[in-house]
Design a protein around this ligand. Structure first.
Ligand code: ITT
Length: 195
């Protein structure tokens, strides 16, 4: 409904995440407001721990309720690498480096995981998780999305996530799932009593 959207600050430096959050959240009447204040990111084994820690810290530092999303690519043959370090590995090894690590690997199975953490300045974080399984292709394809999308082929499909439209990606992606879970809670009776 025009004029009745409920804003939520989204602390991230990643424009791709903002675009996808908008696609997923707008049907729920939620407007994702970009906010460059994610700040501290800890080293941890799960994206949920990373997102919860960042959301708790940022909500207190900036004195506002907000969401943080942490995501990562977990490659089976690499023991779950790069996992929560995906952002760093993308910037250093890049797609070519990850493809090189998989040369000769028997399995190319992989999954993306996402955790959206919501926190208020005086509260504790609530975390919503999402996952998509698939495989790593042998070469990159597609111009859409970001990060490892050009080499990730979701289960049951043939096209890489980079070859899907953002709407198609969000319908099946880890972020689509975690954001929809957050949106249901945020617009539901439990959260509604507080906002
Ligand atoms: P913020 O921390 O500022 O939100 P970021 O890009 O650093 O932005 P993450 O720490 O969550 O975000 O890192 C996730 C990395 O994992 C990201 O840089 C990509 O390389 C990869 N990744 C996560 N989700 C992805 C997706 O939907 N498609 C492709 N790659 C993705």
């Amino acid at each position: 409904m025009p004029g009745s959207s409920r804003p939520v600050y989204f602390a991230t430096s990643n424009r791709g995440k903002i675009q996808e959050a908008r696609i997923v959240l707008s049907p729920y009447g939620i407007e994702a407001v970009p906010f460059d204040g994610k700040g501290v990111e800890i080293q941890a084994e799960t994206v949920s721990e990373v997102a919860a820690f960042s959301a708790r810290a940022a909500s207190r530092i900036y004195d506002r309720p907000l969401i943080v999303e942490d995501a990562g690519l977990f490659v089976e043959a690499l023991g779950g690498f790069p996992g929560p370090s995906s952002s760093y590995v993308y910037k250093t090894l890049g797609i070519r480096g990850v493809l090189a690590l998989l040369e000769g690997a028997r399995s190319r199975r992989a999954r993306f995981r996402s955790a959206v953490a919501f926190c208020e300045p005086t509260g504790e974080p609530r975390v919503f998780e999402g996952e998509v399984t698939g495989r790593i292709s042998k070469s990159a394809s597609g111009e859409n999305g970001f990060g490892f999308d050009p080499v990730f082929i979701p289960s049951g499909g043939r096209r890489s996530m980079g070859a899907l439209t953002l709407e198609e990606k969000c319908a099946i992606s880890h972020r689509g799932e975690s954001m929809r879970k957050f949106a249901s809670w945020y617009t539901g009776p439990e959260a509604g009593q507080r906002f």
